[in-house]
Design a protein around this ligand. Structure first.
Ligand code: DOR
Length: 426
């Protein structure tokens, strides 16, 4: 039997209630919600929010194949420190997640680390090459619910149509990285006046929007459900808003970095700000935020993309795109949006749990009988990133030197504290 845990003095935030109460957990389950509770382990939550653990729809954990950047264990620890209890692992590993063998390996490594639920996504196409469909039925029968070629979009419309038809029959969701490759060759940053001034090749907004548009129409045709990854432009939000108005089974995410950082940062020529899709304009940020407020955007996902220092120290044109996100997501979101706490939890936990179809275990209310996947955070604590103390194996965080507001204090995974007072427990 595991030790009983009590979370003391916090404010429990659920979908339809906000109450001050203690919470007692035994054997991974919430057994009591009341005042003045006692247990073997006591976690102080005064001044803190107690709510369901976060679910990231978009984490690059790099294992197998690129363990010098991250492992499933280090990525899981970074996730726990960020308040996460489940991470959807992106498939651009080496080998990619297009076979049962690799999916099983990722799951097993997740279990071995034991810090979060690691939920492997499957590739849409074999090797993410965009030519032949991956064995989607076999992977779906093995429990894969989200399929994506993330890192690249599926360019071939006929193949995408076929994938959606299979997805519909299998009851799974396709998640698209929207980028028409012919329009972004060699691109380093958003195509805008400042990219011309800086002499850098541009990634035009339309490269994203064309694929959003195409895929909305393919969803209309096939009736399959589709999730749009890391949307970054004003017009993408408008397209999704209209598609939802038409009742199409579409969901969408944005990242913390696209909500908080703008294209002008590329003027430093620092590859830490190179990401795909690129940082956009202040006007795009306003549109993304409006999309969060009116429900057009369903989730905030990190696109946590660790890269080894030597790769990110290359020049801007050859350095790989991507930035860390798991440990900073909450602080960035709280400090860069007008969202209420409840809306932030919806975007970081309840909605992504539903999209990943893990809402029997994650994104649950903090209530008696529910699994104790919980995070506890101080919404007002100001802090800054210390590269020496990141749990991630990589250090490509764009938030160094910035003050973030809101920090995870404790995280519980299946009733066991993985983080206590901001410290990882294993
Ligand atoms: O910036 C990015 N990095 N965007 C992606 O889509 C992939 C990711 C990576 O794997 O590094």
């Amino acid at each position: 039997m595991s030790k009983s845990v009590v979370i003391k003095g916090g404010t429990i935030v659920n979908r339809d209630s906000e109450i001050k109460s203690d919470v007692r957990i035994e054997n991974g389950v919430i057994v009591e919600v009341a005042k003045n509770l006692k247990a073997d382990v006591q976690l102080d939550a005064s001044g803190c929010i107690v709510t369901s653990g976060f679910v990231d729809l978009h984490a690059h954990l790099r294992e197998p194949g690129r363990e010098e950047a991250e492992t499933i264990e280090t990525g899981s620890r970074a996730g726990a420190l960020g308040g996460y209890t489940a991470l959807v692992a992106m498939p651009n590993t080496d080998p990619p997640q297009d076979s049962i063998a690799v999916i099983d390996f990722v799951r097993e490594q997740g279990k071995r680390a034991g810090l979060v639920d690691v939920v492997p996504s499957g590739c849409i196409t074999l090797g993410r090459q965009g030519e032949t469909l991956a064995p989607m039925a076999e992977l779906a029968h093995a429990g894969v619910t989200l399929f994506t070629d993330d890192g690249v979009g599926v360019q071939n419309a006929s193949l995408m149509r076929r994938a959606l038809e299979y997805a519909k029959g299998l009851g799974v969701t396709l998640a698209q990285h929207c980028e028409v490759a012919e329009l972004t060759e060699g691109a380093v940053m958003n195509e805008c006046q400042c990219c011309t001034d800086l002499g850098l090749p541009g990634w035009p907004a339309i490269a994203e929007e064309l694929m959003v548009f195409r895929d909305i129409e393919l969803v209309r045709m096939t009736g399959a459900s589709m999730h749009f990854l890391h949307l970054s432009t004003e017009r993408s939000v408008e397209l999704v808003r209209a598609a939802k108005r038409d009742g199409l089974p579409i969901t969408a995410e944005v990242t913390p970095h696209h909500l908080s950082l703008t294209q002008e940062l590329l003027g430093t020529y620092d590859p830490v700000f190179k990401v795909n899709p690129p940082l956009r304009s202040a006007q795009d940020i306003r549109a993304l935020k409006a999309g969060l407020l009116d429900g057009t955007i369903d989730a905030i996902a990190t696109d946590h993309a660790p890269h080894p220092r030597r790769d990110k120290e290359m020049s801007l044109d050859i350095a790989p795109p991507g930035m860390l996100g798991l440990e900073t997501a909450l602080g960035v979101v709280l400090g860069n949006s007008e969202l209420e706490i409840k809306d932030v939890v919806a975007l970081l936990s309840w909605n992504p749990a539903r999209i990943a179809r893990i809402d029997a275990e994650h994104g649950r209310p903090v209530a008696i009988g529910e699994p104790a996947n919980i995070c506890i955070f101080d919404p007002d604590l100001a802090w800054s990133v210390d590269l020496e103390r990141l749990a991630s194996k990589s250090i490509n965080s764009p938030y160094v030197g910035r003050t973030l507001r809101g920090k995870i204090r404790h995280t519980l995974f299946k009733g066991t504290p993985t983080v206590i007072d901001g410290q990882a427990q294993k």
